[in-house]
Write a new protein. Structure first.
Length: 234
């Protein structure tokens, strides 16, 4: 009696287990990952002529997760602004001229776009370059003209004396030409500071102009001398 009862219970347990197995739903397989978008990094960038940037194309699946995928690049660059060297997910870009270029990365029918804007290299600030020193002058003798010059900057240059005073008789033009004739009484050192200004800013340099005294001529003795004296005797 006990054996039959125990056997029945075991049979019931087996039947229940089989019923659970047969009624369970099999797990669905993971869906295949496909490229649904391409993320461009950076999506837009600006660089100067002569500089570089590395563009990246990241393939994303339907879940927004990055995945490995073949990437092909094309460039729309009517202004010839860049040179490009694609390699897989990356594209090395050099700015070679002012303009705008559009880069496109593809995987099948899926694409990503990026814009590269190339700007000019800004000029260096204006800086006085010549002359290093100023020549001496002499009173009442025409001064050897000196043309000031500057490097860098942008736009017209304007030259002025901002510290000190030029020797009397000398002048400085707006174009940076120093000329004239030192006046009598202007002898001595003259400390001045010359400034150049343009659209971007100013620069200056200190100078000393030394004016020598005018040439003084000693009186020339009478070459004839005193009149002769004649002793007239009878």
């Amino acid at each position: 009696m006990g054996f039959r009862s125990g056997g029945a219970v075991l049979a019931m347990l087996l039947l229940a287990a089989c019923g659970q197995r047969s009624s369970s739903t099999p797990a669905a397989p993971d869906p295949a990952r496909v490229v649904t978008s391409i993320f461009m990094n950076p999506g837009a960038t600006t660089l100067q002529v002569g500089s570089q940037v590395l563009m990246e194309a990241v393939a994303l699946d339907q879940f927004g997760v990055s995945m490995t995928a073949a990437i092909f690049w094309t460039v729309d660059d009517p202004s010839g602004a860049i040179s490009s060297l694609p390699s897989g997910n990356y594209c090395h870009v050099d700015g070679i001229a002012v303009g705008v270029a559009n880069l496109h990365a593809y995987n099948g029918s899926v694409s990503g776009d990026a814009t590269v804007t190339v700007t000019p290299v800004p000029p260096e600030p204006v800086q006085v370059s010549d002359p290093a020193t100023l020549p001496d002058g002499r009173e009442t003798v025409a001064y050897a003209p000196v043309q000031f010059a500057a490097t860098g900057g942008q736009g017209p240059q304007h030259w002025t004396v901002i510290v000190g005073t030029l020797p009397s008789g000398l002048f400085l033009t707006d174009q940076g030409l120093l000329a004239g004739t030192p006046a009598s009484g202007s002898a001595g050192p003259h400390d001045i500071t010359i400034q150049v200004a343009d659209d971007l800013g100013t620069d200056s340099r200190a100078y000393t102009i030394t004016i020598e005294p005018g040439i003084v001529f000693d009186p020339v003795p009478d070459p004839i001398g005193p009149p002769p004296v004649f002793d007239v005797t009878d």
